[in-house]
Write a protein that binds this ligand. Structure first.
Ligand code: PLP
Length: 352
């Protein structure tokens, strides 16, 4: 049958999200969700929400949220754009800055959605390899990015969990002739972040999400900081009502309860380090992580076999086929009980 799709769409397989299986008693450590619920304040707002309000459209630009986020990093409303999850912002950013003439540069391995968005634009992807043994960053990234118009730094990186040094990121922002997007989906779990670089450099966007540190992946809310010029340009590409009324209100309540969020994050960080030690003891190679997951290679270097072994025992992690990534598993930090269960199952296979 004749295809009526653009050739770029026919050519792509589409993004494969981590599975959301329906099995009972499953230990789900595959999509980097937070194991803890959002702030109790969120429940309070939900309880008191009058459904009659839903007949109205929401604030199209979510200005209350923009003010809140801006204030948290000493910027202004005009420096913030809201997205229906940060994936929505990524769609806008790829539409704005990539095309068949305007390539994107990414590090490899990284978030596997980026190449899919590039393919939709018919844009070339320039891949800059991370060191295959410790996933550290090359010093000459700007040279390697060639004529790219957009360069993405995921910090902390996914699926590897490590961070590019702030010095390197700052130098890239200064030297790269194009847009630098710093994807901070996991920055809640890292010792520092790069929000200040969005204030300092006109070509820099810093993007955050409520899906990981803020326990609201089901809600879909993300935001990005940047110069007024970049943000007003991106606003032109935004769906009019891309953040719904409930998301705006619940995100606000959650954001304001920083104490609760920080407590959950601190617990996850402590459990991450405990799980890393447990995996090390079983002979795994564990990449030091600044995120809410670990990238770890089983002793036999066979990520796929280990993934299947865990899956058959109702523990779901993420496996990325590939020459470098195929030796590893990406394991989301769960509750202490979930992490212990994971270790107990792995012990059956790898105890010495
Ligand atoms: C999870 C994730 C996102 C997407 O987050 P949403 O706000 O849920 O769309 C973006 N970038 C990276 C690197 C992620 O891991």
């Amino acid at each position: 049958m004749k295809s009526y799709f653009r050739k770029e769409i026919d050519a792509i397989a589409g993004y494969t999200p981590g599975e959301q299986p329906k099995m009972a008693n499953l230990i789900k450590l595959n999509t980097n969700e937070n194991p803890y619920p959002p702030s109790p304040q969120v429940l309070e707002v939900l309880r008191n929400f009058d459904p009659a309000r839903l007949r109205r459209y929401p604030d199209p630009t979510a200005d209350e949220l923009r003010d809140l986020f801006a204030a948290s990093v000493d910027m202004k409303r005009e420096n913030v754009i809201i997205g229906n999850g940060s994936d929505d912002l990524l769609t806008m950013i790829f539409r704005a800055f990539t095309s068949p003439e305007l390539p994107v540069a990414i590090f490899e391995p990284t978030y596997s959605l980026y190449p899919v968005l590039a393919a939709m634009q018919g844009a070339k992807v320039i891949k800059i390899a991370l060191d295959p043994t410790d996933f550290s960053y090359p010093d000459d990234a700007v040279q390697k990015a060639g004529n790219a118009n957009l360069l993405i730094i995921t910090r902390p990186n996914a699926p590897t969990g490590n961070c590019a040094s702030r010095e390197l990121v700052r130098n890239i922002c200064r030297d790269f002739d194009g847009i630098v997007l710093i994807d901070e989906a996991y920055s809640d779990f890292a010792p520092d972040n790069c929000a200040d670089l969005a204030a300092k450099f006109d070509n820099v966007l810093v993007m955050r999400t409520f899906s990981k540190g803020s326990s609201m992946a089901g809600l879909r809310l993300g935001y990005a900081f940047g110069s007024e010029n970049l943000i007003s340009g991106l606003m032109k590409l935004k769906d009019s009502y891309n953040a719904d009324m409930l998301s705006q209100e619940l995100a606000k309540a959650n954001f304001l309860d920083a104490e609760y969020r920080e407590k959950c994050v601190a617990q996850i960080i402590a459990d991450r380090d405990k799980l890393a030690a447990g995996l090390n003891k079983l002979g795994f190679k564990v990449i030091p992580s600044a995120a809410n997951f670990l990238f770890a290679a089983p002793p036999d270097g066979d990520g796929e076999k280990c993934f299947t072994f865990l899956r058959e025992r109702a523990v779901i992690v993420r496996y990325f086929p590939g020459e470098v990534t195929g030796s590893y598993l990406r394991i989301t930090i769960g509750t202490p009980a979930e992490n212990e269960r994971l270790l107990a199952v792995l012990q059956e296979r790898f105890s010495k």
